[in-house]
Design a protein around this ligand. Structure first.
Ligand code: FAD
Length: 396
């Protein structure tokens, strides 16, 4: 048929918003839309630190994609993308092939280990539902094992590499979880150590310094030991070796220190910087008018020429504009330029604690924690309306 085929790769923040907007904008029989994702659920990446630490359930962290889109309007394909073939406009899946007229790449990022030896092999990452289930089980198992051999005190040491957003948020949840674990496994809390190691000269680089100090105070009071300005030199089966040659023995290393674009994007032949493609103001890949790249795989610069950090917030906004521009192209209309509108940033610091900046305003403590809940609820509302807020929202 002559109906244009639109293929959306990835049903994360960018992909879901794109698919929903396409579904809304397109008229009957104006285009075929296919959404490909490796799972039949969409997960809230920004919430993964909680089930990873065991302070919230997996159920609160994901929703079936079929609940978010209209399957009469969008073909949902649960499969792994294996290759993007730009030259013949095809996507190779593990179990088939899709051809496209318009392609939207929203596959999200991957952990970046910066070539630190041993990290890819021995550290765990907060990346998906599967990876956080592993982290949660692994942590509980260390407590259980320790009770079988109390000489192995290293089982009660937990090393988190990276004190950026996800590192800090996870460390806070883990610190909140420890007292409960100690009680459950009859372990003296004084024996448990959480180390947060960061190579940059500050935690939460780029965040307001006063709020960073507040965050570190909150976490120190919860028992976290910071090693800031200290790179991890190597990760081994026994723990980590720091740039200072100090060794922290630990059976649990969780790496949050870097993220890069998806390797499929490199392999497709785009020019990339760590897997991210510098896209034009209409969100298109250079030289490919019919290929849009959004979210963690895209690279965009602000007025000062600095790249926007990869966030769910920008991925969502890009999804909406990208869908609009695909529809505009089908209708031979003018595309819209993408302009990022910063709604603010909130980092949670565990139960009842957070820091936030909204415009020039700063928030901390309980108020900021309420803002975090509001951000989460707003997202649930955008993608699933009131029913999803009621089913997945965390009100307390
Ligand atoms: P994703 O949301 O990662 O979605 C990619 C999708 O593609 C996934 O569903 C994945 O399963 C699928 N996929 C990947 N590879 C394949 C394949 N080969 N085949 C098929 N499907 C595939 N951002 C904020 O704005 N605010 C926050 O508070 C915040 N907190 C965070 C906390 C943590 C712990 C983490 C890890 C990240 C946080 N972020 C936050 C960043 C944010 O989660 C990402 O920037 C955002 O998820 C990027 O969206 P995306 O659409 O590019 O990709």
């Amino acid at each position: 048929s002559s109906i244009p085929k639109i293929v959306v790769l990835g049903a994360g923040y960018g992909g879901i918003l794109t698919a929903q907007k396409l579904q809304k904008e397109l008229n009957y029989n104006e285009a075929d839309v296919t959404l490909v994702n490796r799972h039949d659920y969409h997960y809230f990446t920004t919430h993964l630190h909680m089930p990873a630490a065991g302070t919230d359930s997996i159920d609160h962290t994901r929703v079936q994609i079929s609940k978010l889109i209209d399957e009469f309007k969008i073909d949902l394909v649960k499969s792994n993308v294996q290759e993007i073939r730009l030259y013949d406009k095809k996507v190779i899946l593990e179990d088939g092939t899709l051809s496209y007229d318009y392609l939207i790449i929203a596959l999200g990022g991957e952990p970046e280990s910066f070539g630190i030896p041993g990290l890819a092999e021995h550290a765990m990452t907060i990346r998906s539902i599967n990876s956080v289930r592993l982290i949660r089980q692994h942590i509980e198992y260390q407590f259980a094992r320790y009770k079988m051999d109390e000489n192995r005190k290293d089982r009660l040491n937990f090393v988190i590499g990276g004190a950026g957003f996800s590192g800090i948020e996870f460390v806070a949840e883990l610190a909140d979880r420890i007292p409960g674990l100690c009680k459950e496994y009859d372990v003296d809390p004084a024996l448990v150590h959480i180390y947060n190691v960061e190579a940059a000269p500050t935690a939460l680089p780029g965040f307001d310094p006063e709020l960073v100090e507040y965050a570190m105070d909150v976490l120190k009071k919860k028992g976290v030991t910071f090693k800031i300005g200290t790179a991890i030199k190597e990760c081994t089966p026994k723990g980590v070796i720091l740039a200072t040659d100090e060794e922290i023995k630990s059976a649990t290393v969780i790496w949050t220190g870097g993220i890069r674009g998806n390797r499929l994007v490199d392999a497709a032949g785009f020019e990339t910087m760590r897997g991210r493609v510098k896209i034009d103001e209409y969100l298109r890949a250079p030289g490919h008018e019919n290929v849009f790249i959004i979210g963690d795989n895209s690279l965009m610069f602000n007025e000062e020429g600095r790249p926007y950090p990869p966030t769910a917030q920008i991925a969502m906004q890009q999804g909406v504009i990208c869908a609009h521009n695909v529809v505009a192209s089908i209708r031979n209309q003018q595309p819209k330029k993408f302009v990022f509108s910063n709604k603010g940033t909130v980092a949670s610091l565990g139960k009842g604690e957070a820091i936030a900046t909204v415009g020039t305003k700063k928030f901390k403590g309980w108020t900021a924690a309420q803002l975090k809940k509001l951000v989460d609820m707003r997202y649930l509302f955008i993608i699933g309306g009131i029913p999803l807020v009621l089913r997945k929202g965390r009100f307390f």
